[in-house]
Design a protein around this ligand. Structure first.
Ligand code: SAH
Length: 386
């Protein structure tokens, strides 16, 4: 029998709303194997579409198609082709960027990043994981990379009952891959680096920030130095902090490779900002790009306190006229909340601040309208007025 999942009235409404995720609580009956492609039906047996089925996750269904149209190899090929063609039209100033951004490319739970001649992919649901051989075949046809690496080590895979693992799926993948972004050259460790190696979603925010950078720069939560390297050519002096020794070592390596000077230090930004304040240090440009402080809804209050503290201290460390580039990648702290936090920090610091730009993740990581979960990265560019 053809695999079928029957959804409740509420599940049917959710499908109609265009949201690709149907939760377990909206599922009435299942006749399907884990990770299979299923027909989604309403209580009267009408087919609403085809979906990826998970027997473990709270997200039971990830919709692939609407109505009767089949979710087959040809569909995957068309979706991949469209995603890739769109990225080429973006004309990004980088050889590393996202080719496929899951839900927003109608390929739920699939991530494909391009690093020069190589692809790095992640399959984050049972159903997408099961499609890996087809995806790899299609990517080889469409992109012909030298190698494809599966960075399937995100913890999210555990919710699907999938293993965390890293495998070469095709060709060979070297320990580091040379890429460039905004004129900066990187050797990326696609095997072990955070995410798939670089924070590709910040490329356009780095470019925007470079337009304001002057004087003395402080790059907090610097990782491999993404912001510091993009801004180094615009400032007199650059200092960067990250808590990871590995990351700071890479900032040094990247700075040398690009012929720029960055004073990169290992440190906890919360302590370092306090220390800099005590020493009465001042900066003209500050970047705050912390990890997601709110990974769950329950952790929002604590996250808000954290965001407020670093923004308050950064505002105090800025010279009048200086620029604060401040980000949050916590989906649970939305743009309005972040705006509120920044306002409270400004009030506490008694500093007048203007919002110069409100930004989000780069265009190669688009947001699917009506699916707030796909809008995770916020970036405000602020100016300290006095
Ligand atoms: N700005 C970077 C990406 C930052 S990701 C870029 O453009 O590429 C967040 C970074 O914050 C990680 O590298 C992590 O090691 C670091 N980090 C996490 N908590 C920290 C803390 N308390 N102090 C300093 N760095 C921290």
């Amino acid at each position: 029998m053809h695999a079928t999942v029957t959804v409740s009235k509420r599940g049917e409404e959710r499908v109609a709303s265009g949201h690709p995720w149907i939760y377990r609580t909206d599922v009435a009956a299942v006749t399907a194997d884990a990770g299979s492609i299923v027909s989604v039906r309403n209580a009267r047996g009408r087919v609403l579409g085809q979906a990826l089925f998970s027997d473990r996750s709270q997200i039971t269904l990830r919709m692939l198609t609407r109505g009767e149209s089949p979710a087959d190899r040809a569909l995957l090929r068309r979706r991949l082709e469209a995603a890739i063609a769109f990225r080429h039209r973006l004309n990004v100033n980088a050889s590393a960027f996202r080719l496929v951004h899951g839900e927003a490319d109608l390929l739920p739970s699939l991530v494909v990043d391009r690093y020069g001649d190589y692809l790095v992919l992640q399959t984050l649901s049972q159903g997408m994981d099961a499609l890996t051989p087809t995806i790899v075949e299609l990517l080889n046809e469409l992109v012909a990379p030298k190698g494809i690496l599966a960075r399937n080590d995100p913890r999210a895979r555990l919710l699907e009952g999938l293993e965390q693992r890293v495998d070469v799926l095709s060709g060979d993948v070297p320990p580091t891959v040379p890429v460039h972004e905004l004129g900066v050259r990187y050797d990326v460790d696609v095997w072990h680096g955070q995410k798939t190696g670089l924070f590709l979603d910040q490329r356009e925010n780095r470019a925007a920030a470079a337009g304001y950078a002057t004087g003395r720069l402080l790059d907090c939560f610097s990782y491999n130095g993404g912001f510091a390297l993009a801004l180094a050519g615009h400032v007199r002096e650059a200092m960067a902090f990250d808590i990871s020794e590995d990351a700071v070592e890479r900032i040094g390596h990247n700075a040398t490779r690009n012929g720029v000077a960055i004073d990169a230090r290992v440190g906890n930004v919360f302590d370092e900002l306090r220390g800099l304040e005590r020493l009465r240090e001042r900066f003209d440009t500050i970047v705050l790009d912390p990890p997601a402080f709110a990974k769950t809804r329950a952790s929002v209050p604590k996250a808000v306190t954290g965001y407020k503290e670093i923004n308050l201290r950064a505002l105090k460390l800025l010279n009048p006229g200086g620029t604060l580039v401040t980000c949050s990648c916590s989906y649970h702290v939305d743009e309005a909340m972040l705006g509120e936090i920044l306002y409270e920090a400004a009030v506490d610091a008694q500093i007048p601040v203007s919002v110069v730009e409100k930004r989000m993740q780069g265009r190669d990581h688009p947001v699917l309208l009506g699916v707030p979960e796909t809008y995770y990265l916020k970036c405000f560019i602020l100016r300290k007025l006095a």
